[in-house]
Ligand binder design. Sequence first.
Ligand SMILES: Nc1ncnc2c1ncn2[C@@H]1O[C@H](COP(=O)(O)OP(=O)(O)OP(=O)(O)O)[C@@H](O)[C@H]1O
Length: 280
Amino acid sequence: MPAGGMTMPELTMLEVRGLGIRFGGLDAVKDVSASLPAGKITAIIGPNGAGKSTFFNLISGFYQPTSGQIHFLGEDITRLKTHEVVGRGIARTFQTTTIYKELSVLENAMIGHRVRTRAGLLDALLRTGRERQDDQASRAGAMQALERVGLAGQAHRLAGALTQEGQKRVGIAMALSSDPKLLLLDEPAAGMNPEETVNLMGLIRELVAGGLTVALVEHKMSLVMGLADQILVLHHGQKIAEGTPQAVSRDPAVIEAYLGSHAHGGQMGQAAQAGEAGHA
Ligand SMILES: Nc1ncnc2c1ncn2[C@@H]1O[C@H](COP(=O)(O)OP(=O)(O)OP(=O)(O)O)[C@@H](O)[C@H]1O
């Protein structure tokens, strides 16, 4: 115990070591080692095709890595299946909104709960006898999740009738309904206007204040720079930098990676300038 210092050691929520996956001849993710501290927001950024979504797919059990290990709260989860990973406390949202617009907000969140606590979507949709028994548990989990995203009052509306932002919140509620410890958000601000993006940032901050750990993949630098405690930068599947938003936005290797890519060079360039705190 350091005398006079009350700093608690930082708890690691997720740790990956030497993580990699090859598709044919391509290393989509290669030798990535990183730690996600509990109660913090980690952003994973990088130019198009850098391996960000693949990284999420590895953590959430959608893909099996060809090398390396994944530890979640100290447990080796490298070879677990998706629903087992969810059972441990990791949930994710997807790049494209995958809500059922013709169902109610509550039904969507309940499907989220069932899919995440069962082996398959089919099981959840067919409503087997076992499913009906679990109805109450799903309903309770779903309502709690809707409260967390501010949609409890709209539980019985059709999901398709909500705004773009509301529908994003439904997607997040679907992930939260399994009560995860770690939430993976894949491009949460995609398709959102600046006001909606700011609201979404507020929601993510609230969730983290409530004890959640968040990792997000996002191209919108305003969100990344405004939210992230730490940033991992991937390029061609490899980690080229990590650190605070300020440090990463000034990192020559990061600027080079973004400027060298057609797609998002401008955004990172702007972020680096924004980091210069008002210098013209
Ligand atoms: N299932 C797959 N089979 C073959 N190649 C894949 C597969 N998934 C991803 N890849 C390849 O792996 C590389 C990384 O893709 P990934 O989607 O992870 O990048 P990303 O950083 O998420 O890109 P973006 O920002 O455009 O979403 C790309 O070259 C992609 O074509």
